[in-house]
Structures are given as structure tokens and as C-alpha cells.
Design a binder for this molecule. Structure first.
Ligand code: ZN
Length: 510
């Protein structure tokens, strides 16, 4: 079975999960579930980035040691992913012993294969503890970090290990040219090509006064052992998660897909592949950068600032509805808006009305006219109209032209609308009045159940629990997520016994 190894960015252990984290994790989970249904051996990696001065300072301010602090944060993230139905296969934490050993092994391998790529240099700059970074003039306003105006910038001079990123400029450019899919969407790829055209500067690989870190495996010439700087600690998680450097890691590496936010494209599309090139390791096949989700609507701005409580979102409509609405409203290749108003509108129009009505009417008619058993009948020619949208669904979902999850949902919504139009056009309640038209009614009812079943198979990556619940109400056998896409065309519901249950998507109150 072909393997598909995908990852999300690891989240910094300095706060709680928010809407931006949720968009990325849910999106990656949908991709993973789709690829599983497509028959691939999928491995979804998620995790936490737990080292750094900021974590150490936040822990100290809370009066706990950093390990206990990150244990608590990691537990809260994992609990939220479970609540949102994010079914990861592995959760890596950069404080894991095997990760720390893997980081040191990767650096050791670079020292061995490309000995000139690490060098010592002293550096003076204005350092922001909030960013854990030296700030350039453009990022400084009124003598303070533009992102952390309450913190004081420190003038810092120190000797560090540097990584010779500049040496990889041409090889990276050639790789992007030869592999247009390596960085996507296209807007992000162009950004990276522009960056490479401007020229790359070398980057720090170690830092002084960084004790909550993986020790850099080689001391400076002064004898000082420094902490490994964030990128050489965080980015290798994708590799150490495979077991690197232990034998067998090649079974999973290279990753097929890194799903990340657009703000960290440079690190994943420039620094990370350069590190791998320096170590003589294969590069990931694709870096996919999703956009940002902005919160809109009066309710947010007045009462909650720019925060949306994920727990509240799940409580209101359920995890599946939240997953659906978020990915329907926010294009996975760009920025989008999210508000309670849009949430309620989209939930009502797509789930409660269009799909919910279709499913409840179809099952009710099978119960009323055929004693609950779906009749055997030939496939009406009208069903052929769904073929184009089924193809559009796969084009949007299989990644070959990008991970356009919102378009996948739009393609299903068109099939739902068409099925509702079919009900109106064929008027089965009128056909049922004429016993001479029994075969016609059989064909209409079977077609409706088959269309709903097909839509559920396509919706299963987005609505894992609700799709299964609806599948069971159709009397369909087994698990909806185990129906191979290849069998959708031949799906035959004859003999299924429908069981009308509680409404799948109850209308919101008030
Ligand atoms: Zn800052």
C-alpha cells in the first residue's frame, strides 16, 4: 500500500490552542482521512515546539519548571484535537528524549558531510525576548519590538554557531524550478523564488543563555556549550518522528506533505531543505502553506476581541459542524473570514436545510412507501449529472492541483442541491398515488438513497462522526469511511433498511 506521511507545524507551547491552530489541524486531518479512503497508508504527525527562552520565562512566571509547564500545555492541545475529531497517528514533543537525540544526530551528520556549513561568528544585535530573535530596524518602532511594545529590547553581542544557508541559494532555486509542486500554493512559491533571488543570509544555529534547549552537540572554541537555536530544534521534528537516526526511518522519510501557515513558509521552504541538503537527506515532497483566518462580525469585536473560544464553538453546533463550516468558509489556499453570523448561516443553509432535509425526506419516503426497505431499481439517467461534480471533488481533494478543501465541499454541496431539485422535479409523493407507476417510484427512491450515500462517502473526511451516523440511518453496512472511492459509481443501496433517527443537524434555537 503506498504510504502518505503528512505533518502539521508543531505549535509553540506558550499558550492555548486557537482558531488558527484549529484550521491547520482540521485541514490536515481532512487530507489524511481523504487519503485513507483513497487507499493510502497514511501517517499524520502533529506536535508541540516546547523549548526556548519564552517558554522558560512563562513557566518561571507561573512558578513551575518548564517541563511541567509544557506537559500541561501539550495535554490541553491534545484534548482539543481529540474534541475536534483530529485523528493524528503520532504526537511529537520536542522535549521527547528521542527528538533531542535526533536533533544532535542531524547536526552531527551535517558536520560530518558538510563540515564547512557550521562556523563560529560573533554577532551583535537588538534582541527581543518575546520573539526570541534579533530584530532588524524595520521591525523596531520607538526603540521597541513592533510585536512586543511592552518589552525592552536588549543589546546583545555573542558568539554563536552559524549555518551557511547562503551556500544553498542556487541549489534551492534549482530545486524549486525542477519541482514546481515543492512549495504551493503558487503565490507562496513565487514569494520563495523572490527571496532566493534577493540572496540568503546565514542563520544562527545556537544561542548563548538558552538553557531550555537541546544542547548544541559541539562546544564553541571557547569551550562554551550553547543551546540549539529554534529552527535547528523545531524543524527536525518531522525527521526525528520517523525514528531518525535509527535504522528504519527511511521507511517513512521523506514526508509527502508539510501543512503549515503562510507566515513560516520561509523556514520550511528555505532553511529546512537546506539543512536536509547539508545532511545529504531527501527533501519533503511538498510544503503547503495555508492562509490566515480572520474573525469578523460585531459579536466578536465587541465581546471577545480577536479570540474565539474553540470550546464554545464545539459546544454550539458540535465538532463536525465546526469542521465543516470552517473549511467551507475559509479557502485552504488563502485567507478567510469567520464569524458567528456566517457560522449560523452556513450551518443552517448547508447542513440543517440542504443536506439534513434531503436525508430526512428520503428516508421518510422509503419508510412510508416501501416499508423502510430500499427497492432494487435501475439507475435513472439523471444521476449522470453528478459525474462532473464527483470529479471536481477529487480534483480539489487529491492534492494534484493543490489542497482545495473548500472546493471539495462546494462540489458536494452542488450534488446535494441537485438531489433536492430531483425530488422537486420527480415529485415522488405524486408518483406514489398511482400504483401503475411503482417501478418509477422505486427508481426515484433508490436514486435518492444512492445519491445521499455517495455524498456521505465524500463528506466523511469532513464530518467523520455525523457521516457515520447518517450512514447508519440509511441502513448502509459497515463504516462509511471504509467505502473505497473507486466503488462509488457502483454503489447499490437495494435491500438496505432505513432507520430514521434524530435530526442529524438540528436547527439552531432562536
Ligand atoms: Zn518581539
Amino acid at each position: 500500500m503506498p504510504r502518505f506521511f503528512l505533518t502539521t507545524a508543531i505549535d509553540y507551547a506558550n499558550g492555548d490552542p486557537h482558531l488558527g491552530h484549529a484550521l491547520e489541524k482540521i485541514g490536515a486531518d481532512v487530507i489524511a482521512r481523504y487519503q485513507r479512503q483513497a487507499g493510502l497508508d497514511v501517517h499524520l504527525l502533529i506536535g508541540m515546539d516546547e523549548h526556548g527562552q519564552k517558554v522558560q520565562q512563562t513557566a518561571a512566571a507561573a512558578g513551575v519548571d518548564p517541563q511541567a509547564f509544557t506537559d500541561g500545555v501539550a495535554a490541553r492541545f491534545q484534548a482539543m484535537w481529540a474534541r475536534l475529531g483530529v485523528a493524528y497517528d503520532q504526537f511529537i514533543r520536542t522535549t521527547d528524549a528521542h527528538h533531542k537525540a535526533g536533533v544532535q544526530a542531524l547536526i552531527g551528520r551535517i558536520l560530518e558531510r558538510s563540515p564547512g556549513d557550521f562556523y563560529e561568528q560573533s554577532y551583535t544585535g537588538r534582541y527581543c525576548v518575546g520573539c526570541e530573535a534579533f530584530k532588524q530596524d524595520a521591525d523596531i518602532a520607538d526603540g521597541r519590538c513592533a510585536l512586543h511594545p511592552t518589552r525592552t529590547l536588549e543589546d546583545v553581542e555573542e558568539r554563536n554557531w552559524f549555518f551557511r544557508l547562503s551556500a544553498y541559494q542556487e541549489r534551492l532555486r534549482a530545486h524549486l524550478e525542477a519541482h514546481p509542486g515543492f512549495v504551493q500554493p503558487e503565490s507562496r512559491r513565487n514569494e520563495i523564488l523572490g527571496l532566493l533571488a534577493q540572496g540568503l543570509e546565514d542563520v544562527s544555529a545556537s544561542r548563548a543563555r538558552l538553557s531550555w534547549a537541546v544542547p548544541f552537540p559541539v562546544p564553541l572554541s571557547t569551550g562554551e556549550v550553547q543551546g540549539t537555536y529554534v529552527w535547528f530544534d523545531a524543524l527536525p521534528n518531522y525527521l526525528t518522528a520517523t525514528g531518525f537516526p535509527e535504522a528504519g526511518y527511511e521507511a517513512r522519510w521523506p514526508a509527502d506533505l508539510h501543512v503549515i501557515g503562510k507566515d513560516i513558509t520561509r523556514f520550511h521552504a528555505v532553511i529546512w531543505p537546506a539543512m536536509l541538503m547539508a545532511a545529504g537527506l531527501p527533501l519533503p515532497r511538498q510544503v503547503w502553506a495555508h492562509g490566515f483566518v480572520q474573525l469578523g462580525g460585531e459579536r466578536f469585536s465587541k465581546s471577545a476581541g480577536v479570540k474565539l473560544d474553540l470550546g464554545e464553538a464545539v459546544d454550539r453546533f458540535g465538532a463536525d459542524a465546526f469542521r465543516y463550516v470552517l473549511l467551507r468558509e475559509v479557502p485552504f489556499d488563502g485567507d478567510g473570514n469567520f464569524s458567528w453570523e456566517r457560522f449560523a448561516e452556513r450551518y443552517t443553509s448547508d447542513l440543517a436545510n440542504a443536506f439534513g432535509n434531503l436525508a430526512s425526506r428520503a428516508t421518510a419516503m422509503v419508510e412510508k412507501y416501501r416499508g423502510g426497505v430500499v427497492p432494487a431499481a435501475p439507475v435513472p439517467s439523471a444521476e449522470a449529472e453528478d459525474a462532473a461534480d464527483l470529479a471536481a471533488y477529487h480534483t480539489a481533494m487529491d492534492g494534484r492541483q493543490g489542497w482545495l478543501l473548500h472546493e471539495g465541499l462546494a462540489a458536494v454541496a452542488r450534488q446535494t442541491a441537485r438531489a433536492n431539485e430531483y425530488v422537486a422535479a420527480t415529485a415522488p409523493w405524486a408518483v406514489a398515488k398511482d400504483p401503475a407507476r411503482a417501478a418509477e417510484l422505486d427508481a426515484i427512491l433508490a436514486s435518492l438513497i444512492r445519491r445521499i450515500a455517495r455524498q456521505l462517502v465524500q463528506l466523511a473526511p469532513f464530518l467523520p462522526a455525523k457521516a457515520q451516523e447518517a450512514w447508519a440511518q440509511l441502513g448502509a453496512p459497515g463504516a462509511v469511511a471504509s467505502v473505497p472511492f473507486a466503488q462509488l459509481a457502483a454503489l447499490d443501496p437495494a435491500g438496505w433498511t432505513v432507520r430514521k433517527g434524530a435530526p442529524l443537524f438540528p436547527r439552531p434555537e432562536g
